[in-house]
Design a protein. Sequence first.
Length: 147
Amino acid sequence: MIVVVIASLVLTAIVFYRQRIRLTALQSAAAGYENAKHTRKVAVKALLQYMEFIFKQDPDHLKGEDALALSDLKRAPDSSASDEKAKLRVERAEDRLATLDLTTLVKYTKSKTLKAFYAEVEKARSNELARKATLEQLKAAFARQWW
């Protein structure tokens, strides 16, 4: 009789231990999936933010920088130190415009940046799907076990 009670207690302890391990594994997989889902949402939000706000300002920013440099050059007196700064800014602006047409530069930058954002979104989506599959596999495996 004592042997049966001890065996029953040992089996009960083993069952509870395995259930605790399963629960921990499921919680970890679920947390990983939620984290991956959140990461994907952040990547999509960053892509949309770039497309809607940041990229629209890029050409205007470059044009404004050039206009500011020309304005500084006109306002600066010939002999002052600020005149040298203004001339340097104008030279940089002219060099940039001479080496690359503004529209080409913007198109290249936009294309490259968008590809990077899309790659980040796809990477996050792939990670999310992998985490979801892991979670589902664990649930299915644990459902088949009776103890």
